[in-house]
Each structure stands twice: as C-alpha cells, then as structure tokens.
Design a protein around this ligand. Structure first.
Ligand code: FMN
Length: 163
C-alpha cells in the first residue's frame, strides 16, 4: 500500500508525532506539505497543528485539495486532549475531509507545547481578555509544555499500527 504522511508543523510537535507514525508504515513516505506535488497514494495521512480551533492554514489548504481518497489524520493542540475544544477540532476536521467525499479511516491527537512567543504575548493580556493568564490556563499551558512526550509518541505509533 502506497502511503503518504504529510505534515505541517511550526515548532516541531506535529512533526515529531508524524515521525513516530511513519514507523507504523515501513514503506510510507514522510513529507512536509510544502514538498507534495501529487496525491497518487492509497492512503494519505495528514498531520497539522491547531490554530483557532481547526487545522493550521497550511494543512487546512492541503486538505481542501484532497478528493475521494482514503485518509487519516493527526493533530497536536495546546488544549487538553479530552476537552470539548479538542472534540470540536475533530468535528471541524472531519467535515473538511467529508466535504470532499474522502473516506476517513481514523484520527489521533495529543497536546503539544505552545510556542513560548505566544505564551509571552498571552501573559501580558489584560484580565478581561479570553486568553489572559488565569490559574486554569496557566495549568494547561504548563501541561502542554511537557508534550508530545514518549507516551504520546508510542500511542500515536500504536494507533496507526492497528488502524
Ligand atoms: C498562533 C497559534 C494559534 C493556536 N491556536 C490554538 C487553538 O486554537 N487551540 C489549541 O488548542 N491550541 C492552539 N495553539 C497551540 C498549538 O496548536 C500547539 O502548540 C501545537 O502543538 C503546535 O504544533 P507544532 O509544534 O507542530 O507547530 C496555537 C498555537 C499558535 C502558535
């Protein structure tokens, strides 16, 4: 089976998960989305990071171009993996693929450290701002900073190995 693992990653979290997933596909090709020029694969696995509740722009636009293929996807995000926000992301991404009549075989996600530049920006926001630091958010940012960890990498591999 000809498999492509295509990823977009700004700070490296999603790329790390993709590298682990690649091990589940011995003949798989692993490519930055920027380097992909055809969709001639039996399975396309897309990896992206979450930006404003959906796939980042690069993976979003990439998915828009995939039609009637067998696909799977993975993403990393700052929010907790079992949060409503994470579930909404899954819904949004499913819709993107299904709009183009793709067949989704599965999906995987885990937390990923938030870019320190964004953290310092949010740290200065006034308290009434929806992203300003409060106890709960600081806890979440701290937890995210530990991911992806070895457990995440292993889980990603196992998930795709058993797909
Ligand atoms: C500009 C920006 C917007 C983000 N928006 C969200 C978001 O809406 N929800 C979320 O859970 N995480 C958000 N994050 C966190 C990233 O999705 C997360 O840190 C991810 O692991 C980054 O992946 P990468 O290292 O592959 O670039 C955002 C990060 C940045 C830099």
């Amino acid at each position: 089976m000809k498999t492509l693992i295509a990823y977009s990653s700004k700070t490296g979290n999603t790329k790390k998960i993709g590298e682990s997933i690649l091990k589940a596909f011995p003949n798989g090709e692993f490519k930055d989305i920027d380097d992909i020029d055809n969709f001639d694969y039996d399975l396309i696995v897309v990896g992206g990071w979450i930006d404003k509740g959906t796939l980042d722009k690069k993976s979003f636009n990439f998915v828009k171009g995939i039609n009637e293929k067998r696909v799977a996807y993975f993403f990393t995000l700052g929010a907790f993996p079992d949060s409503e926000h994470a579930n909404n992301c899954i819904e949004n991404i499913n819709k993107l693929f299904l709009d183009n009549k793709n067949i989704i075989l599965g999906n995987f996600h885990c937390q990923g450290a938030i870019d320190p530049k964004l953290i310092s920006w949010m740290a200065k926001l006034p308290s009434e701002h929806p992203h300003s630091p409060n106890k709960e958010r600081i806890k979440r940012w701290r937890e995210a900073s530990k991911h992806p960890n070895e457990k995440d990498l292993k889980e990603a591999y196992n998930y795709f190995k058993n797909l």
